[in-house]
Design a protein around this ligand. Structure first.
Ligand SMILES: Nc1nc2c(ncn2[C@@H]2O[C@H](COP(=O)(O)OP(=O)(O)OP(=O)(O)O)[C@@H](O)[C@H]2O)c(=O)[nH]1
Ligand SMILES: [Mg+2]
Length: 441
């Protein structure tokens, strides 16, 4: 299955000056040559050929194009690959793709070129994930976090830790298997010291992961408050679009509405919520439950108060609910009230103070900026594996545990680290990672 030849349009839908059709597999050169005015088999790797592209029966000229041949293994996928740079009209690349399918290619699945690159050992799992994150990055900071991994710094750190553990485990295994062979003894103190150093490196990765994930996947900001204070109006004002329903009926919003926004360069997952109050209405009560759940997940709560009315018991209950969270207190409806407080005063309806609030949100998000020299983990899969591997190592008591149990724990930790880079990773995980990619990548 791996060796069938796949083809796809690698550039997005729409009209542009150029578009790229990509072909990869054992017969990429043969199938593409069938449409071309020149024989691609004689082309040098990465030589750019200007030629004509015809229908398979050669009856119709489709386009003039630049074609680059990359011969196995000197290509992204590690297979013979042909890239056709044709004119950017959608019909042009669709027509070329159609003829390639007639010639024998199969339509590529989402992420299939990258999956082949991984399976052929051209990229590891961390790099594959970072390519996906680079493609999907919605802010410059997300792009920076993802692209940092492209040069392999994170993979190298994981590989180094893994290698250290392999050395310790190999030594212990040799002692265990060949007690008579005079293998130099590794004292439990030495093994412990070496393992502790790996634990410290993994802790460093774990500590940086939160920042990496926030930069890549977004900071969770929840807008909360009692009904009718103007939460939905605030969501709409920040997004600058009419996203949520706004009425003067208390209890309008029943569910969590989540939208992504770029606030001051930071990717923010902004959630409008149902107003919190005691209610007999079953639907609204479920909404309130969801709000409380949303607050628990939030990195930052924007607590909205109505500045035109005094703070009451309902507001106080919400203060209580958010007392352990990072909170920005916002006084809304400043257009109809005396300015009598020192919080952030806004009018969601009139668009007053929204910029100030946004800069406070961005200022908070900057706490999670990634230090320049760091290449952090940027997704939860990698984070979870680092934590699991570290906790295996922390469970090893070199003084009191039997040597075969120590070995077993070390091997577990090694195997879990191997899942991060893809040394040993299940087919399900491979599918999950690559199916998030677009067709043609
Ligand atoms: N004068 C004034 N009215 C506002 C302002 N913001 C919101 N309102 C009004 O307050 C009412 C409630 O607004 P919403 O945005 O629906 O309030 P909410 O907090 O989402 O309410 P629930 O969804 O019921 O919890 C509407 O009539 C809005 O027009 C404001 O800045 N000034
Ligand atoms: Mg609302």
């Amino acid at each position: 299955m791996l060796h069938d030849t796949i083809a796809a349009i690698s550039t997005p839908e729409g009209v542009g000056a150029l578009a790229v059709v990509r072909v990869s597999g054992d017969k990429a050169i043969e199938y593409t040559t069938a449409l071309c005015s020149k024989d691609l088999a004689v082309a040098k790797t990465r030589e750019a050929l200007f030629l004509k592209i015809y229908s398979l029966d050669k009856a119709k000229l489709i386009d003039e194009a630049v074609v680059i041949v990359m011969k196995n293994p000197a290509s992204f996928t590690g297979e013979d690959t042909v890239e056709i740079f044709c004119h950017g009209g959608r019909m042009v690349c669709k027509a070329i793709l159609k003829e390639l399918l007639k010639a024998g290619c199969r339509m590529a699945l989402p992420g299939e070129f990258s999956k082949r690159a991984f399976l052929n050992g051209k990229i590891d799992m961390v790099k594959a994930e970072s390519i996906g994150e680079v493609i999907h990055a919605k802010t410059e900071k997300a792009l920076l976090a993802a692209s940092g991994q492209l040069d392999g710094a994170l993979s190298k750190e994981i590989e180094d830790c893994r290698h250290e553990l392999i050395l310790i485990a190999a030594h212990i295994a040799a002692l265990l298997d060949y007690p008579e062979e005079g293998v130099p003894d590794i004292s439990s103190l030495q093994a412990k010291e070496k393992t502790t150093r790996v634990i410290e490196r993994l802790s460093h990765l774990e500590n940086g992961a939160e920042n990496g994930i926030i930069m890549s996947e977004g900071l969770n900001v929840v807008i909360a408050g009692k009904p009718n204070v103007g939460k939905s109006s605030l969501l709409n004002a920040i997004l600058n679009k009419d996203r949520a329903i706004v009425t003067d009926i208390a209890g309008t919003t029943r569910d969590i509405l989540c939208e992504q926004a770029n606030i001051g360069g930071y990717l923010i997952n902004l959630a409008d919520t149902a107003g919190i109050r005691q209610t007999e209405d079953i639907i609204e009560a479920q909404g309130v439950e969801r709000t409380i759940g949303g607050i628990k997940q939030a990195h930052l709560v924007v607590l909205v108060l109505d500045s035109s009315s005094p703070i009451d018991d309902e507001d106080k209950k919400i203060f209580d609910l958010t007392k352990d969270k990072n909170t920005l207190i916002v006084y809304n409806k400043c257009d109809i009230s005396e300015k009598n407080n020192d919080g952030i005063c806004i009018s969601a309806k009139k668009g007053i103070g929204i910029d100030t609030l946004c800069s406070k949100i961005a200022e908070f998000a900057s706490n999670y900026d990634i230090p320049e020299e760091e290449t952090p983990i940027t997704n939860m899969r990698q984070q979870e594996l680092v934590i699991r591997s570290k906790s295996c190592l922390e469970g090893v008591d070199f003084e009191y545990l039997p040597i075969d149990i120590i070995l077993c724990e070390l091997e577990n930790a090694i195997s879990i680290l191997g899942e991060i880079t893809g040394e040993n990773v299940s087919e399900d995980i491979i599918e999950a990672v690559f199916s998030n990619f677009c067709v043609g990548k």
